[in-house]
Ligand binder design. Structure first.
Ligand code: PGA
Length: 234
């Protein structure tokens, strides 16, 4: 199977001690895939240290859309880079739902990330009500259009994450995800397109077998060693 990208989105689940313990276990796995861990901001430095010389890369879960400066409470991308961060998740549905983030804002963040040399992982996906109305494809197309206005498709990753599938134990079926991701690919050039939303040790292989699924963005299951070990050990 082609090399895939597997991202562990640890959200705000783990404290620093648990994050370090898990990172040290993940480091021991031999995987032919690209593994990226996205710890909370406060866990980035200890997790980076715990990974040592391992090839596992670090992503942050968000970033300010600006250069460092007078922006109380924000996190500056340049400082993240200095900590060894290579990627940044942007536009995750939890940021949109709980923190009012819009794709206009996400567009600014993507441009800033690319300017300073961080690779954005842009999340898109429809809500339940949109899915039921048969609007998945236009909703996703419009999210991409806004988020990627004026953005280079080089050094960019897309994650298709149906909002109703995130953290619910109710994933999209792999064939549908593959179909939507085929449409996404027509819009985003060569950028890899990952699937996310209730991926676990039992269902991950079905997603990875699909032609248009270049990898996985895993939330809850990535914080559980036995589950995540199975997902990356292939
Ligand atoms: P989940 O989260 O795997 O817990 O559904 C995925 C995500 O939010 O990236």
């Amino acid at each position: 199977m082609k090399k895939k990208i597997i991202i562990a989105n640890w959200k705000m689940y783990l404290d620093a001690k648990a994050a370090v313990v898990l990172a040290k276990k993940i480091r021991t796995v031999k995987s032919k895939n690209t593994i990226i861990i996205a710890p909370s901001f406060t866990d980035i430095a200890p997790v980076k240290k715990a990974l040592g010389k391992s090839k596992i890369a670090i992503s942050s879960q968000d970033m300010a859309p600006t250069d460092c400066g007078a922006y109380t409470g924000s996190v500056c991308g340049k400082d993240l880079k200095e900590l060894g961060v290579k990627y940044v998740i942007l536009g995750h549905s939890e940021r949109r739902k709980y923190f009012g983030e819009t794709y206009e804002m996400v567009n600014k963040k993507i441009k800033h990330a690319q300017k300073i040399g961080l690779i954005p992982i842009l999340c898109v996906g429809e809500r339940d009500i949109e899915k039921r109305a048969g609007k998945t494809l236009p909703v996703v197309a419009s999210q991409l259009k806004t988020a990627l206005r004026g953005v280079s498709a080089q050094k960019l990753i897309i994650a298709y994450e149906p909002v109703w599938a995130i953290g619910t134990g109710n994933p999209e079926n792999p064939e549908n995800a593959n179909m939507v991701q085929g449409e996404i690919k027509k819009q985003v050039g060569n950028a890899p397109v990952l699937y996310g939303g209730s991926v676990d040790a039992k269902n991950f292989a079905g997603f990875l077998a699909q032609k248009n699924i270049d990898g996985l963005l895993v939330g809850g299951a990535s914080t559980k060693w036995e589950e995540f070990k199975k997902i990356i050990s292939n």
